[in-house]
Design a protein around this ligand. Structure first.
Ligand code: PGA
Length: 250
């Protein structure tokens, strides 16, 4: 048991996978596999599936999150979705600043901060992602990068436990190369210490997830780390059995 109770949180990031019938089939298989525990389970499907998954999750402990959002409340932003729209479709969480968005769609930390602010204003809990690249790790910049990115991604946000931070080393995402528990703990402890510098004591109540090649076989060792409070799971969350094995880890 950790000193401060931070309930484990397991978030599935489905990325650009699954149609509505596939999402329904997943939920039908997944829900009965969930154990009787207080873990929080969030499924982040494509925006087109938010209402489908929210509907299928009714009456269960599973809630729904989006994968991205725009920071404006409305306007002429073709193709974008506001926090209020995502909430309307059933979301209560939203991933912001995923490394795929930062790398492939050129999102900057300042954009991430604006998205997190807008999410909070609409009562969506932002899951703010950050993590170093392989190059940054190999040149010894990991801790500095995490500190700076955290600070920039939280710019203008008042201290709140309604945010979740996800430590996702870029080199571990979708590669099968999971961080060792020691590396995950070092990074997450450093993120918490940086958060304490910015937000004070409240940092101890904020949940920090690990993400990057999480599988049923490595989740227990990761969750044994004092500063790892859950996981953001990509590939292994697409299969009901494997995501249930992860989400049942207490
Ligand atoms: P992965 O993805 O579990 O497939 O490595 C994690 C993520 O991108 O959030």
């Amino acid at each position: 048991m950790k000193e401060i109770v931070r309930w484990p949180l397991y978030a599935a990031n489905w990325k650009m996978y699954k149609t509505s019938s596939e999402a329904e089939a997943f939920m039908q298989e997944f829900l009965p596999l969930l154990g009787d525990h207080d873990n929080e389970v969030v499924i982040c499907p494509a925006a087109t599936l938010l209402a489908v998954v929210a509907q299928a999750a009714t009456g269960s402990c599973v809630v729904v999150g989006a994968q991205n959002m725009h920071w404006q409340t409305e306007g002429a932003f073709t193709g974008e979705l506001s926090a209020a729209m995502l909430k309307d479709a059933g979301a209560s969480y939203c991933i912001v600043g995923h490394s795929e968005r930062r790398q492939l769609f050129h999102e900057q930390a300042a954009d991430v901060a604006k998205k997190a602010q807008a999410a909070l204003a609409a009562e969506l809990t932002p899951i703010i992602c950050l993590g170093e690249t392989l190059e940054q790790r190999e040149s010894g910049q990991t801790l500095q990068v995490l500190h700076d990115d955290l600070q920039a991604s939280l710019a203008g946000i008042a201290p709140t436990v309604q945010v979740v931070i996800a430590y996702e080393p870029v080199w571990a995402i979708g590669t099968g190369q999971v961080a060792t528990p020691q590396d995950a703990e070092e990074a997450c402890a450093h993120i918490r210490a940086s958060l304490r510098e910015i937000w004070g004591e409240l940092a101890d109540a904020v949940r920090i997830l690990y993400g990057g090649s999480v599988k049923p076989g490595n989740i227990e060792a990761l969750m044994a780390c004092p500063n790892v409070d859950g996981a953001l799971v990509g590939g292994a969350s697409l299969n009901a059995e494997s995501f249930a094995a992860i989400a049942n880890c207490e």
